[in-house]
Ligand binder design. Sequence first.
Ligand code: ZN
Ligand code: ZN
Length: 127
Amino acid sequence: MQERQTKQKQIIYDVLTTLDHPTATEVYNYVHEHYPTVSRATVFRVLGGFVGSGKALELKVAGEEVRYDYNVVPHYHAHCTKCGKVADVEVDRGQLKGLHATGMHGFEVCGYSVEFFGTCASCKEIS
Ligand SMILES: [Zn+2]
Ligand SMILES: [Zn+2]
């Protein structure tokens, strides 16, 4: 039993690294195609476990299904408002620090999160 669980976890983690910021449903669909015995409940539970143990990040955007990211090093995301695709983006951290310098109303900043929204390359092609 233990061994089977470990194998399922490995499969799900591999899928997480293969797909680009997938939703749990996308992970499940992919896993199910290759390993029909893995249940949807297992996929959801294992993904939740990854988040709990710091192996994956949850990306939450209001009104959208939660996406998962195996890259737990702090980084930034661009969200496509048309198809929901999420991509990693490079940000100059020095510029973000500059934002802290003004208008913080006395807050001592201990962190920040930045999300970019726009149209992804393939959606731009279609329109
Ligand atoms: Zn798009
Ligand atoms: Zn990411």
